[in-house]
Write a protein that binds this ligand. Structure first.
Ligand SMILES: N[C@@H](CCC[C@H](N)C(=O)O)C(=O)O
Length: 257
């Protein structure tokens, strides 16, 4: 059977999008998802996302990593899905949708998508790193040599090492640029490589930088390999609420495979 697809990217984190409102996509076919994401034999993407109908909300998001397995929340993918939903005529400029980590609000203006992320009330601080879950698990650590650092080798070592082991964590390397601006490079679990941007990752970095007093700001600029994102939040005691991930999400091309 021929499969129509749409390709979107958010700061270089790229996704195959499929309109699955008619439930025609075989959701358990891990090999097919991995094939569609393969950059040499398939379309090529960091992940694949299904847009499905939802009883209560505008739509439902189902996210797969490029290894073919369904995974936890993808922030850039969520932003791209909002752009896809707008382009399909499912929404106008506002959306409420369900993802694996719960309900999300979003808005879109041109190609800028604002996506509300999970509230975060547990941030684990260690001597050399911070761990938190922003819809997906994230290890955050400083790396001053960020431009030349071997992200893939070191990221994989941390991702597969204790305490994460096989279940794994995404790994973010951070360099402070100014009090409200940080450079970030991310090794992504399920892609098993560096991606050009990670939405839940930069969200984790912004909250981790605030929680460790590296910044007092609540609107943080994140420079990633594929562009720039912003994260804003409110702080209530030690909890982070009203967390928004903001940045571009763009249609690239569509086709049939
Ligand atoms: N690219 C994503 C994160 C996707 C999930 C991650 N690879 C995992 O399995 O934990 C983002 O933009 O948040």
């Amino acid at each position: 059977m021929q499969q129509e697809f749409f390709k979107y990217q958010g700061t270089g984190n790229d996704f195959v999008m499929i309109d699955n409102r008619q439930q025609t996509f075989d959701k358990n076919n891990t090999k097919q998802v991995a094939f569609l994401c393969d950059r040499r034999f398939g379309i090529g993407a960091d992940g694949l996302i299904l847009l499905e109908n939802h009883n209560e909300y505008d739509f439902k998001m189902v996210y797969y990593n490029s290894d073919g397995n369904e995974s936890t929340m993808c922030g850039n993918g969520g932003r791209c899905l909002v752009a896809f939903a707008r382009d399909l005529g499912v929404i106008e400029d506002k959306a409420t949708f369900e993802a694996i980590d719960g309900m999300h609000h979003a808005s879109i203006e041109g190609d800028i998508v604002k996506l509300q992320m999970l509230d975060v009330d547990e941030i684990q601080k260690y001597e050399n790193h911070v761990f938190l879950d922003t819809g997906s698990p994230h290890h955050v650590q400083f790396e001053n040599d960020i431009e030349t650092f071997d992200i893939k080798t070191e990221g994989a070592r941390i991702r597969y090492g204790a305490p994460y082991n096989q279940a794994g964590s995404n790994v973010n390397f951070v360099k402070k640029i100014t009090n409200d601006t940080f450079a970030v490079r991310t090794y992504e679990r399920g892609v098993e490589d560096e991606t050009l941007s990670c939405g839940t990752g930069v969200t984790a970095v912004a909250l981790a930088m605030h929680a460790t007093n590296e910044t007092k700001d609540s609107l943080i600029n994140l420079k990633v390999q594929g562009g720039e994102l912003k994260v804003s939040f409110d702080v209530d005691n030690e909890a982070y609420k009203n967390v928004w991930l903001i940045g571009p999400a763009k249609f690239v091309f569509k086709g049939t495979v």
